[in-house]
Design a protein around this ligand. Structure first.
Ligand code: ADP
Ligand code: MG
Length: 594
């Protein structure tokens, strides 16, 4: 039998390794910038074209390399950062495996130009093979140019996001790196346009530089109500800023955690931080923070994840308790100060302001049987102002959020038992379903916006701002009017007509968080996915905050609901109809002891 097993060529091995380290253009940017950071750079300039798929060029003013090192660095497992396995316990650099450059070179057309002090070197590679090596005059530092990423691994290229999705990921990766290293300047050019320039922090205090970087990259929103932490607990140093309890988000997108300046995901520490906020925030909310933890390298294993996103911490319980203790201490102290500062504002409010009154209505308005016709004095909610041919349904009463009705008016679309008895309709869920389907069919009149007297301000991170900009046409079609007022700020001057005004910013942030990760090559299905997500979020808010004031309004909603494609469930998946059978009601009147 001929031999079936083969030792793979070095290039194939590199391409396989590249699959683990290099997922996307953003991974290339991250690895190359980390190399620049390890080389002691103070200024890093990143240029990208076509979301990084056409070109990524990174220039630094670090230590540079001589010709021999420049040739060696492109080989797999070539590193200047460790010499033997025991060095892994004391890694202070971002890289240490010596595989990033070789991996990137194997799946792109890469040019390296670098210089230590004297005349520099330029090396051209294609798919992992050296094409040319030549002397090259340049200042101290290194430039690495990566063109046509994934040109020889089409399968991987196919799974890349759209260029704008890739760009947003790159901005996000750079936001993280820039928050990890506030004393390094970062500049990003996208398709020859300056996207941002974060100047390096000049203060001797890390926390001051971090605050400035946070304002530059995440926006004033994160800075305006924050609590600065600069504390030590044993061998463990905790520095950063915590969002005030009112600055929470509904997911973890506002959390940036760094351990020994490496951006990491650590459920253990995230829980400890949330724990420290205690009941100051709702159980379904997440605090925002940019937090740096420094600890002795021996307590940390950084070699557990291909992209070094996760770390293993020795003595986890001690770390957890220390984080919680330090944060709790700062929250208690700072909230006290914040409250004292805010105290005069409270005195501006008039105590005589009339209390808001719930519209008076009897618990059960008996109208039996009731053929619904709009009465003149009843104002239907704006979203259901469409003219409707008459449809007979038999409402009995409006009872809280439920319309009690005779099921005989229901059509075949409604899943109802044969012994129908009485029917309860959850009107808030019904309204959410009606609006959800209108959103999906673009039947909500785009002019049907609710102009705001005082525009709402939303402040987001830079990479989120790019995403919001791209989403503006879709948001406008769904009732929001947005304009950009700064690199990271937006003004909302209109929201969908039937939407609770005080929830405009919350909804927009939730839309942002939930749509930013959606991205596929197919723009058409992407648009549908985003529309569904936005519609779902808007309807969730409407469902929670809507008020149903009259049986006429409720009846009109049910009539609209009966025309929906999926009238049985609300967009959150809850049932809209419930039935009480005649048999059940009869059973209530039979004494058990007879
Ligand atoms: P690692 O960072 O894990 O060592 P890399 O493949 O990323 O592996 O880089 C290999 C080596 O190339 C590094 O150890 C470093 O010595 C050198 N190197 C890479 N990029 C630069 C740079 N921008 N400036 C100076 N040296 C660099
Ligand atoms: Mg590296």
């Amino acid at each position: 039998m001929p031999c079936r097993i083969r030792v793979l060529s070095e290039n194939t091995i590199n391409q396989i390794a590249a699959g683990e380290v290099i997922e996307s253009p953003a991974s290339v940017v991250k690895e190359l910038c980390e190399n620049s950071i390890d080389a002691g750079s103070k200024k890093i300039v990143i240029e990208i074209q076509g979301g990084g798929l056409h070109l990524i060029r990174i220039t630094d003013d670090g230590c540079g390399m001589g010709k021999d090192d420049a040739l060696l660095c492109l080989e797999q497992h070539a590193t200047s950062k460790i010499y033997e396995a025991k060095d892994l316990l004391s890694v202070k650099t971002m890289g240490f495996r010596g595989e990033a450059l070789a991996s990137i070179a194997s799946i792109s057309k890469l040019t390296l130009s670098t210089s230590e002090k004297e005349i520099g070197t330029r090396i051209e590679m294609e798919g992992g093979s050296i094409k040319s090596v030549s002397p090259y005059p340049r200042n101290q530092g290194t430039t690495i140019e990566v063109r046509h990423l994934f040109f020889n691994v089409p399968a991987r290229k196919k799974f890349q996001k759209s260029p704008s999705g890739c760009s947003a990921e790159i901005t996000k990766a750079l936001t993280q790196l820039s928050l990890a290293y506030p004393y390094i300047s970062f500049t990003l050019h996208q398709n020859d346009t300056l996207a941002f320039q974060f100047e390096k922090g000049e203060s001797p205090l890390f926390i001051d530089n971090l605050k400035k970087r946070v304002a530059d990259s995440l926006g004033e929103g994160m800075r305006s109500a924050v609590i600065a932490v600069d504390d030590q607990e044993g061998a463990f140093l905790l520095r950063g800023i915590l969002g005030a309890p009112e600055n929470t988000r509904h997911n973890r997108t506002g959390q940036y955690l760094f351990i020994n300046q490496r951006a990491v995901i650590s459920p253990l520490i995230s829980f400890a931080i949330k724990d420290a906020y205690g009941t100051r925030i709702g159980s379904d909310r997440h605090p925002t923070y940019v937090l740096h933890i420094n600890m002795p390298c021996e307590l940390l294993d950084v070699n557990v994840h291909p992209q070094k996103k996760e770390v293993r911490i020795a003595n986890e319980e001690w770390i957890r308790q220390s984080v919680r203790k330090v944060i709790q201490r700062h929250l208690d102290k700072s909230i006290q100060i914040l409250l004292e500062k805010q105290a005069p504002i409270f005195s501006d409010f008039s105590l005589d302001e009339p209390a808001w009154e719930e519209p008076k209505k009897s618990l059960i308005e008996r109208i039996l049987p009731y053929e619904c016709h709009l009465r003149e004095e009843v104002q239907p909610v704006k979203a259901i102002e469409l003219p409707m041919e008459d449809l007979a349904i038999y409402p009995i009463a409006l009872w809280g959020n439920y319309l009690l009705m005779d099921p005989k008016g229901l059509n075949a679309n409604i899943c109802s038992p044969s012994d129908q008895g009485l029917c309860f309709v959850d009107i808030k869920s019904a309204k959410a379903r009606v609006l959800f389907e209108k959103f999906l069919l673009s039947k909500v009149d785009p002019c049907h916006k609710q102009g705001l007297l005082f525009p709402l301000v939303v402040d987001v991170a830079l990479y989120e701002a790019q995403h919001l900009l791209a989403m503006m046409p879709l948001l406008s079609a769904m009732g929001f009017s947005l304009s950009q007022s700064g690199p990271r700020s937006f003004l909302i001057d209109a929201i969908p007509a039937f939407f609770p005004e005080n929830k405009g910013v919350d909804a927009l942030l939730e839309i942002l968080c939930q749509t930013i990760s959606l991205d596929t090559e197919d723009q058409e299905s992407l648009e549908i996915k985003k529309t569904r997500k936005i519609a779902g979020i808007l309807c969730k808010y409407i469902q929670t905050h809507t008020m149903i004031n009259s049986i006429q309004e409720a009846t009109l909603i049910v009539k609209e609901l009966l025309r929906c494609d999926s009238p049985n469930y609300c967009p959150q998946g809850n049932k809209i109809f419930a039935f009480v059978s005649n048999k059940y009601v009869a059973g209530l009147f039979i004494s058990k002891d007879r």
